[in-house]
Design a protein around this ligand. Structure first.
Ligand code: NOJ
Length: 554
């Protein structure tokens, strides 16, 4: 079937279900809650939803540890609620994509239970190895969440690999039976009517033969042997050829450590492709090194370099996925903007990415400017990665300093319930919320922002509507100006009949307005701004302006 690449004209919303909205009063977000909020998403201009995992799961990694791929967890409302949401979304013209998590399963998945007992055909579904004679682990690779990447299993008498948590054993994708299972899962959801997949760490699924020790990397040992591994393109092509090619669907691959050049090996738009878009991490690393846990001062130049490189290198060859937040990173205003200038910087950040070329994703709560949650004590954290980091790293620092590091880095900073109202539990639930609510919900909530014409929420609505009305945003060329500035981000989008110029200040003091040569502001229309009284020569703290030349805006 022809792949029409419909995703190019869409704006997606990511739902991390536990914290979105509770429809049945048990304190946890669910699909009944999503169903109630479909009109809200539509009013925001969303054309699609990416659901973080909704499947049955013991919850060791908040659903990324799956124990049944072909069902919906009862706490989210089961299949009945899912079908209702899917239908409700489709009725409103919205697409739905699922999270496909097949690098690993839960250790409670029946496949693993049978594999550890060597029950065929499951014996080789996972990566099992005996220990070394000297009592050492099978190799020296690190896991991303809990120490080394190997766990001894008493039942089988061998070690299994886990690149993530101990409760997330890695599947052995070299086994054709495992790949058959993946294809069954893809077909199951596509036949049910879903429109595609976000593929969790999919670039990790092919491990280097013989699993060699890594003597090069000081941390994340092994990553160069399992990320973009030897058979990755073969396996993804197989999934495409045997299943995805039969549906007009989309795929979005999460890809740590990917350069645009490498990305194009997956997403180049040619027949028989493997993947449509990639979640790159470079633009998430403007204030950290490789991961949020190694924090550094924010560098606008790093951010701009990442954005512009991806814009330029993919142009005409592949399609960008654009994002500022997701469930794995702290909130963007607390990182690249300013909590003091919350609304202004939130608007500026929105304009900075929404007019780039690609398909934008918005993470729940981003549109109202939710900021990082800052618990008073480390045991309030829920996230497995945060807990391990707290207990095992930077132990020489005082408890206060270590806690502050978590405030900056933890995934839980962005996993608190969405703030719907100024009422009890931020209107998220009528029960006892499963997790803490950020205390700023009295000021920062959907209800208040819907009423305020100058709110961040209403800015998002305007910006999204504007984006969709302008052909130049879909197809125009991208160019950046003042690339060396550490205070401003300026870019244009240009097509034959239209021009767009986006000016963004990333600092908390006034700076001179600089207009690149060739743009005559007297002939332009100011189509979006976050300052009611823009000045001729100055940009105020975190000011943004979008100028337009052409006939596309009424
Ligand atoms: C990436 C997901 O986004 C993250 O939340 C999860 O913990 C890991 N992959 C493991 O599945």
């Amino acid at each position: 079937m022809e792949h029409t690449r419909w995703y190019k004209d869409l704006v997606f919303y990511q739902i991390w279900p536990r914290s979105f909205y509770d429809g049945d009063g048990d304190g946890m977000g669910d699909l009944w809650g999503v169903y109630e909020k479909l009109d809200y998403l539509k009013s925001l201009g969303m054309d699609g939803i990416w659901f973080s995992p909704l499947y049955p799961s013991p919850g060791a990694d908040c659903g990324y540890d799956i124990s049944n791929y072909m069902d919906i967890a009862p706490e989210y409302g089961g299949m009945e609620a899912f079908q209702k949401v899917l239908q409700g979304a489709h009725d409103r013209g919205m697409k739905v994509i699922m999270d496909l998590v097949v690098n690993h399963t839960s250790d409670e998945h029946p496949w693993f239970q049978k594999s550890r007992r060597r029950e065929d055909p499951y014996t080789d579904y996972y990566i099992w190895r005996p220990g070394k004679k000297n009592g050492k682990l099978p190799n020296n690779w690190d896991s991303c969440f809990e120490g080394k990447a190997w766990q001894y299993d008493e039942v089988r008498g061998e070690y299994y690999m886990h690149i993530f948590a101990v409760k997330q054993p890695d599947l052995n994708m070299d086994n054709p039976l495992v790949r058959q299972e993946v294809k069954k899962i893809l077909r199951f959801w596509l036949d049910l009517g879903v429109d595609g997949f976000r593929e969790d760490v999919i670039t990790y699924i092919s491990k280097k033969e013989r699993l060699p020790n890594d003597y090069l990397m000081p941390a994340s040992k092994g990553i160069r042997f399992y990320n973009h591994g030897p058979h990755i393109h073969e396996y993804l092509s197989e999934f495409y050829r045997d299943v995805l090619a039969d549906y007009d669907c989309m795929t979005l691959a999460e890809a740590p450590l990917v350069s645009p050049k490498k990305a194009l090996a997956y997403i180049a738009e040619k027949p028989g492709g493997q993947i449509d878009m990639m979640i790159q991490f470079q633009s998430m690393c403007a204030d950290c090194l490789f991961t949020d846990y190694i924090h550094m001062p924010f560098s606008l130049r790093r951010l701009k370099h990442a954005w512009s490189t991806w814009q330029k290198k993919l142009d005409g060859k592949g399609w960008n996925m654009l994002y500022l937040e997701n469930h794995d990173h702290p909130r963007i205003i607390s990182r690249y903007g300013s909590e003091r200038f919350r609304t202004e910087s939130g608007k500026m950040l929105a304009a900075a990415y929404l007019f780039q070329k690609g398909t934008p994703f918005i993470y729940q709560g981003q549109e109202i400017g939710m900021t990082n949650w800052r618990p008073q004590s480390p045991d309030m954290y829920e996230d497995i990665q945060t807990r391990w980091q707290y207990e095992n790293t930077a132990l020489h620092l005082s408890e206060g300093k270590r806690l502050r590091r978590m405030w900056l880095a933890s995934r839980d900073s962005a996993r608190t319930p969405v703030q719907w109202t100024a009422g009890e539990n931020a209107g998220f639930t009528t029960g006892k919320p499963w997790f803490y609510v950020n205390p700023n919900y009295r000021e920062v909530n959907v209800e208040a922002e819907e009423k305020d014409p100058d709110s961040l929420l209403n800015f998002y609505k305007k910006a999204i509507a504007l984006r969709k009305s302008l052909e130049v945003v879909r197809s125009g060329s991208y160019r950046e100006y003042n690339a060396l500035s550490s205070r401003r981000y300026t870019y244009s989008r240009i097509s034959e009949n239209e021009k767009l110029l986006v000016l963004c200040s990333f600092v908390d003091e006034p700076i001179p307005l600089k207009v690149p040569r060739g743009f005559d502001l007297s002939k332009a229309r100011l189509v979006l701004q976050n300052n009611r009284e823009p000045q001729e020569k100055t940009l105020q703290p975190y000011e943004t302006r979008v100028y337009y030349w052409g006939n596309g805006v009424k």
